[in-house]
Design a protein. Structure first.
Length: 119
């Protein structure tokens, strides 16, 4: 029997943990995401805890609530293998416009330059 992502609840690199991370970096509660998605809060809880395999329809609704495309949801999940901190930063960037990303890149570069300067 092959294992899939939905087999391991609460695993940090699981799909449910990925959805939870995207929700949290947007500072949304499960209830708020449910309202934005047109789903029940219990559905969001079950998805994050991997109690079921969501349909494409459900995933599209979750994406609407998170303000990102389904491609961005799966693309960011497939990045896997990054630290929790990098994943949280990445979650903040997903769904931003190209103009916003350019601005954020400049701000981040400035911050990193400041951190790298000898004091």
């Amino acid at each position: 029997m092959t294992a899939n992502v939905m087999d391991k609840p609460d695993k940090p690199d699981s799909f449910g943990a990925h959805v939870k991370r995207l929700r949290e970096v947007r500072r949304l509660t499960q209830e708020e995401l449910a309202d934005r998605s047109g789903l029940a809060a219990d559905t969001i809880r079950r998805l994050e805890h991997q109690d079921f395999s969501p349909s494409l329809r459900t995933l599209r609704k979750v994406c609407k609530g998170l303000g990102l495309s389904i491609a961005a949801l799966f693309g960011s999940f497939e990045l896997g293998g990054v630290t929790e901190e990098v994943a949280r930063i990445s979650g903040l960037l997903i769904g931003r416009s190209p103009a916003e990303l350019r601005l954020l890149e400049r701000v981040l570069a400035t911050l990193i330059d400041e951190l790298d300067r000898p004091h």
